[in-house]
Design a protein around this ligand. Structure first.
Ligand SMILES: NC(=O)C1=CN([C@@H]2O[C@H](COP(=O)(O)OP(=O)(O)OC[C@H]3O[C@@H](n4cnc5c(N)ncnc54)[C@H](OP(=O)(O)O)[C@@H]3O)[C@@H](O)[C@H]2O)C=CC1
Ligand SMILES: CC(=O)N[C@@H](CCC(=O)OP(=O)(O)O)C(=O)O
Length: 305
């Protein structure tokens, strides 16, 4: 039997991409609100309660309000916002890291930067290669679509804007989920940046291998990551060390997550690097992946690998 899906926020950056991936899919029917009713509370309440699955593509406050409007025990929710990523009763939507998305009622989509960070770091903490109290840093660049409609407009209306460094309050909204789901005692020092590319991101964790208690070599790091993601059609752990990684201004989207381990010849230091599409595995792709798992559909349907 077909499952109904309501995307709350279906005309936003993330919502639109999810809608495109779901439209025409076998086994799914979309509940849509027209422009006049898409922000109407009662229309949303009705849609939220009549759907088998709801995908929230809203600012955090509106996502919390949407959850509060659900007053039946059946509707299952995937929230793309950062409102519920460390909340009680919610499952973190990163199945490759062992979170039980299949059986969850409430799933919180990981943030785009944390998707790269956690893929690189969580397996190494679990394997004992990075101590839980290690002081990590993470540097990342994102395409400007990561900031939603407002940042897209800012970059598209000001062609002189090439680069935006931000997060100087050291309290970025992604820090709690990075800390919690990597199993760290301290949040990493996070330096996020935006570049003049519509989509795509590079997330990098520098690691002083020789200073770590177990002094792991590149081989040990690679082996832990490879074992963690063995068999995943979405996450690829690259065994080679390319000379460069490039982001193009207007590249097509994808739902992959690619991991690299770069180490110097003396093995003293490494740079762990994840590349992904902020709108793909960093948002819409992850939401569609979770929906497939929750609804018992082909796990890769609607994904662009
Ligand atoms: N862009 C990205 O790469 C990522 C985004 N996310 C998260 O996904 C969520 C959506 O982000 P994004 O798509 O980028 O944001 P956008 O600003 O592009 O879209 C948000 C949409 O929500 C609508 N909206 C706001 N308030 C309400 C409301 N009360 N009822 C109904 N609709 C409402 C907006 O309407 P209007 O058009 O009228 O403003 C807009 O269409 C955010 O929480 C974001 O943090 C997560 C991962 C990555
Ligand atoms: C470039 C940019 O502005 N990025 C956003 C995060 C995008 C994202 O992942 O948002 P969610 O937390 O909702 O998942 C930021 O830094 O706030």
């Amino acid at each position: 039997m077909s499952k109904s899906v309501f995307i709350d926020g279906a005309v936003g950056t993330t919502g639109l991409e999810i809608r495109e991936r779901l439209e025409g899919r076998d086994g799914l029917s979309l509940i849509l609100l027209d422009e006049a009713r898409r922000k109407d509370r009662e229309a949303r309440r009705e849609a939220l309660n009549s759907a088998d699955f709801v995908i929230l593509c809203l600012p955090d406050d509106a996502a919390r309000e949407a959850v509060a409007l659900i007053d039946n025990p059946h509707t299952r929710v995937i929230d793309a916002s950062s409102a519920h990523r460390v909340a009680e009763g919610w499952t973190y939507g990163f199945p490759e890291l062992g979170f039980d998305v299949v059986n969850a009622r409430f799933v919180s989509n990981p943030g785009c930067y944390p998707t790269g960070f956690l893929a690189l770091v969580a397996p190494l903490v679990r394997a004992g290669l990075i101590p839980a109290d290690w002081p990590l840093t993470v540097n990342a660049v994102s395409g400007y679509s990561g900031g939603g409609k407002a940042l897209i407009e800012r970059f598209e209306n000001d062609e002189t804007l090439a680069y935006r460094d931000y997060g100087f309050g050291l309290a970025h909204k992604h820090l709690p989920e990075m800390q919690r789901h990597a199993g760290l005692a301290y949040a990493p020092v996070f330096a996020p940046m935006v570049i003049r590319a519509h989509r795509g991101m590079v997330v990098e964790v520098p690691l002083p291998l020789a200073a770590l208690p177990t002094r792991p070599g590149r081989d040990a790091i690679l082996a832990a990551l490879t074992a963690a993601f063995a068999g995943s059609p979405i996450v690829t752990v690259h065994q080679d060390q390319p000379d460069e990684l490039l982001v193009r201004e207007s590249a097509a989207g994808n739902d992959r997550l690619d991991l690299y381990v770069f180490a110097g010849a003396d093995g003293a230091q490494a740079r762990l690097v994840a590349t992904l599409d902020n709108l793909g595995k960093g948002a819409s792709g992850a939401a569609v992946q979770s929906l497939n798992l929750m609804a018992g559909l082909d796990p890769l349907a609607g994904l662009n690998l």
